[in-house]
Design a protein around this ligand. Structure first.
Ligand code: ZN
Length: 351
């Protein structure tokens, strides 16, 4: 590393004031021209080994943020160091707001694949394979974490809480946060692609990395992608929604199957939330009873010549009674169908 060293005192801390370089130790000022003369090569190996030690300690305790700071300093000195490169970008933006989450994932997808190339340089195959596995698992863990933040953003609205009494505010917030969470998850899903592509490229490049290692890493990536795409939310009771289209999810599953034929896609049996005949019947009864009560009120209205009671009772009462009768008729035909279905099912089991 090159640095300025003061001719008079040997100090190496300088501050630029106007166009002059000022030694912070003895105050001597150097012009730009003079500064060139006192620019000398200094040995910074000790500084570097300190930085490596601190950086690796931070990684050990999973403090990606501080590790990235140390590794960035190392990267300034050794721009081709795969380790410094990888962790500098892996640990970037460990704290982010909900709306930034998607772009953090994008950035990981854009920067990390180069780390694979760098990791292959100047080492034995077995070491290169170790590095590739490490880059894959750590990056996917990070992307998973970001997707999880998108998921937990909506979890607080799960199970129909947005329909609660304080619903207005909550549903406003939900409709604001939903696209944010969706963007986060889709960005995380897509951030897997450049990693996947790079590994496929490496496997074809004849650099000697075993098929097994590539396959192992690709499976980690593809499973993560599939699982993230499968994150669901239930904004209200009985409703489940994916943030990614089901055709897409199916494609992701096929990519896993390419490598692992035993993989079974979780096909959600879409059970239409249908009322049972029993539920339908009690609904019909409810309407009928309400209708009768209203009609009674209406009749009382006629008896007492009260227009209000007649208005409240007669028309609504008729409507409720009619709805109730229709409901009960529907319940009967539903019950019939249910019996047929059961009959069929037992036939199927017997045959
Ligand atoms: Zn000096």
């Amino acid at each position: 590393m090159k640095a300025l060293v003061c001719e008079l005192c040997g100090g190496n801390e300088f501050v630029k004031e106007n166009s002059l370089f000022v030694c912070q130790n003895c105050g001597t000022k150097y012009s730009a021209e003079d500064a060139k003369k006192i620019m000398v090569e200094v040995d910074n190996s000790k500084k570097l080994s300190n930085l490596y030690e601190r950086a690796r300690k931070s990684i050990e305790v999973d403090d990606l943020e501080h590790a990235a700071e140390y590794y960035k300093e190392i990267l300034d000195e050794n721009p081709h160091d795969w380790e410094a490169y990888f962790y500098s970008y892996l640990g970037e933006f460990t704290t982010f707001t909900n709306s930034q989450a998607g772009s953090v994932a994008d950035k990981l997808g854009n920067t990390i694949p180069s780390a694979y190339d760098m990791a292959l340089e100047g080492c034995e195959i077995s070491e290169a394979e170790k590095r590739i596995k490490l880059i894959t698992t750590k990056t996917i863990a990070r992307i998973n974490g970001i997707a999880g933040s998108g998921a937990s953003l909506l979890r607080q609205y799960e199970g129909g809480f947005i329909l609660s009494a304080a619903g207005k505010v909550n549903s406003d917030l939900y409709s604001k946060l939903r696209p944010v969470a969706q963007n986060t998850i889709i960005s995380c899903v897509l951030a897997c692609d450049p990693l996947d592509n790079k590994l496929v490229e490496i496997s074809k490049s004849g650099k000697g990395i075993s098929e097994e290692v590539i396959k192992e890493c690709l499976l980690i990536i593809r499973h993560a992608k599939y699982d993230m795409a499968n994150l669901t939310f239930s904004p209200s009771a009985g409703v489940k929604e994916h943030m990614v289209k089901s055709e897409q999810i199916h494609e992701y599953a096929l990519k896993i199957k390419e490598l692992d034929s035993s993989f079974e896609e979780e096909v959600e049996v879409s059970k239409p939330t249908q009322r049972t005949a029993e539920q339908q019947r009690s609904l019909g009864k409810g309407f009928l009873i309400t209708g009768c009560v209203l009609l009674a009120l209406g009749l009382m209205g006629i008896a007492t010549e009260s227009i209000e009671l007649m208005l409240i009772g007669l028309m609504p009462g008729m409507i409720f009674v009619l709805s109730g009768l229709v409901g009960l008729a529907t319940a009967n035909s539903m019950a019939k169908k249910e019996r047929q279905q059961e009959h069929q099912n037992s036939d199927n089991e017997n045959s």
